[in-house]
Design a protein around this ligand. Sequence first.
Ligand SMILES: NC(=O)c1ccc[n+]([C@@H]2O[C@H](COP(=O)([O-])OP(=O)(O)OC[C@H]3O[C@@H](n4cnc5c(N)ncnc54)[C@H](O)[C@@H]3O)[C@@H](O)[C@H]2O)c1
Length: 511
Amino acid sequence: MADPLPRTADVGVIGAGAMGAGIAQIAAQAGHRVRLFDNRMGAADQAKAKIAETLAALAAKGKLAPADAEAAAGRIVPVHALGDFVTARLVIEAIVEDLDVKRRLLRELEVVVAPDAILATNTSSLSITALAAGLKHPGRVVGMHFFNPAPVLPLVEVVSGLATDAAAAAVVHATAAAWGKVPVHATSTPGFIVNRCARAFYSEALGLLWERAADAATIDAVTREAGAFRMGPFELMDMIGNDVNFAVTKSVWEAYFHDPRFRPSVLQQERVAAGHLGRKTGRGYFDYAAGAAKPEPRTEGSAPRPSRVSLAGRSALAEGLAVRLRAAGFDVGAAAADAAVAPGYLEVDGALLVPCDGRTATAIAVASGRSDVVVFDLAFDYAKCTRLALAAADGCGAAAVASAVGALQAAGVAVSRFDDVAGLPVMRTVAMLANEAADAVTQGIASARDVDLAMMRGVNYPRGPLAWADAIGVPHVCATLRYLAAHYGEDRYRLSPLIARREATGGRLAE
Ligand SMILES: NC(=O)c1ccc[n+]([C@@H]2O[C@H](COP(=O)([O-])OP(=O)(O)OC[C@H]3O[C@@H](n4cnc5c(N)ncnc54)[C@H](O)[C@@H]3O)[C@@H](O)[C@H]2O)c1
């Protein structure tokens, strides 16, 4: 563990836009004198005034002592030339996302600052290796990737390029922690940790919409209410901006030489082409015009309470749901499982309620010769979820669907019926998030601990994807990926070597 920069050390921030201003505020609140530079006339002064307002507002809300707010604002010094960074021990650039412009800036900066000053970059997508190449001291260039809004979101990815000195990365890590952030180490690869591992959150949902398994509002509702994600993928894309989200997806896909894992969707492209960029244009996947009705998720009408529920075989998902049904007063007895159906499932008045494992309900029905098959989705916590997705086999009788729906409704769970696709939203999303996280670990991009931490603190996932796969059971996650791969015939569902290895040994993915 390195020591953080002492509070007496001068910090420089270049670029006084959305990110630079936030970073300057954080460093000033941590006690550093911060020199702030922007090549747009007046931008640094304006940013300082805005930060002072933000700090005063925090003080007015009682979140900060008024004297501390004033002192922090007073520590920000707008400067008008790079020469003013001569005393800075750490300079963080947050200028335009352009490799050549950033490289030029770093070249100019390295002759100004002391030889041991650290040059950090807030780039979201550029290679730290490429940014540092050609400098006299490339070892001191480190990615310091804050998330927007920087003063609010805790995660900082500390990114090392090929030439980055471990000692410089360690100082940046310790300094971010001293500033109250949650730092994680990452190596410089496209998307780093979060922007790479989060792609599946959008792409699986887009795949379901492309197949017309359900509408966007229904996929969002299931993702929130069963998956315990704070926002659904479509409302989140509308908030981020569909142009921004599409550009990030495309850049990660291109940077990984068109790996189908990261392939963007035609649906995103169409939104961008139409100018339906999300909240900022008043329309994206949803309509934000004043008075526009909020689209409701598709929800099944009320079905009668079934009389008999039993639990056949063993499965973490079926057992989780059985606990919820018992709490609703069902006397859930044990039954022998038909291995041709699944290792574990529920029987509800003759209907088979089978945990999603990447097969369609129809495929399970055909394989087992049982027609009344209904598949149910993964929930983050079956004891608490308020909605669950179901899909029925093509030959499933209406009475069987009603039994499955009625059981869940009796337990207080709203039901969204999906078309019979392979992989319902939460299960396929979590399987793919865990698979990507496992690949990031395999490739040495970050430790298992840091990947999980990054996804929880950078994008608010309710649990790290690796720990989540452990909780579901790695074999079930692997089965889901294999069935998805077989169903779609796509390389995107190929198993990460690490996840396959843990399946073989029965080991855990999370640290
Ligand atoms: N906005 C985000 O969500 C986000 C999140 C994480 C990282 N980033 C990264 O942070 C950086 C800045 O993004 P932003 O959203 O704050 O952009 P922004 O457009 O809000 O601000 C960039 C600022 O840099 C200034 N600038 C441009 N070229 C300059 C130069 N050569 N010298 C000095 N100042 C210059 C501009 O005048 C502008 O004020 C980018 O690298 C971006 O990829 C952005």
